[in-house]
Design a protein around this ligand. Structure first.
Ligand SMILES: [Zn+2]
Length: 250
């Protein structure tokens, strides 16, 4: 049985669309204090506080409606009942469409230059990860969550048409941004796994969860390489084994 599920959530009325990584079972509704992992906008009256739940069973994913107004699954009304979820079926809850998606997310890992981990977040289609100012430092934020909207965004990681893109925001006093030690001159750059984005001495690493990486331990380099250790760093040219390089796997 699967434990984690990625849900594409869209609303034709508001135009919002994002992908949420959820732990199963997933409760969906509009009540902020309950265990809802997918929280709908409270202004939609047809949606209940806890509208429904997606769970994993030995026979696949099932959806249980617990709402007053019902849901639609694959176009059919479901009220106070449990149905099997086919991969092609949308769950319609008010104006929202919810659909499980196949996703193989990349991770954006934020570290200090000493490689101390600060934060990590999954890069998924429809989900914007912002590099935002937090006081005098930077952090990564989920731009699809309304609590992050008011923060000043320096750059955004996004998946656009299956490409991982870094968009540099045009803001005043923007700090210089480097990708793999080269200064970014374009507003949009395409990122690959193991790319390292540096802003204000904070590293944002793009990591594939299935890929092992080797960090060059030379203090002025510290960039990511593919294994093995017995080769030169592709960035600074020093032999990785001699720099005391460290391996990391997600
Ligand atoms: Zn190096």
């Amino acid at each position: 049985m699967i434990e984690k599920l990625y849900l594409s959530i869209s609303n034709d009325v508001t135009g919002e669309h994002y992908v949420a990584g959820c732990r199963l079972p997933v409760r969906l509704g509009k009540h902020p204090d309950s265990d809802n992992q997918v929280l709908f906008d409270a202004k939609f009256r047809a949606i209940s506080r806890v509208h429904g739940t997606i769970e994993s069973t030995p026979r696949g994913l099932h959806y249980t409606d617990t709402s007053s107004n019902g849901s639609r699954v694959g176009g059919l009304v479901v009220r106070d009942a449990k149905v099997a979820l086919s991969p092609r079926f949308d769950i319609e809850i008010g104006d929202y469409h919810v659909r499980p998606v196949e996703a193989s997310p990349l991770t954006v890992l934020t570290t200090e230059m000493a490689l101390l981990e600060l934060q990590r977040m999954e890069l998924l289609p429809g989900r914007g990860i912002g590099v935002v100012r937090r006081g005098s430092t930077l952090a990564i934020a989920d731009l699809n969550r309304w609590t992050e909207w008011d923060k000043q965004t320096v750059a955004v990681f996004q998946v656009v048409a299956d490409q991982n893109v870094l968009v540099v925001e045009d803001i005043d006093n923007a700090p210089p941004i480097l990708i793999n030690k080269s200064k970014v001159t374009k507003q949009r750059s395409i990122l690959a796994p193991l790319d390292v984005v540096e802003i204000n001495n904070i590293r944002f690493e793009v990591l594939d969860p299935h890929m092992k990486s080797v960090v060059c331990s030379h203090e002025t380099c510290q960039l990511l390489n593919r294994p093995p250790h017995e080769q030169n760093c592709k960035w600074c040219g020093r032999h990785l084994a001699n720099t005391g390089a460290i391996s990391r796997i997600l």
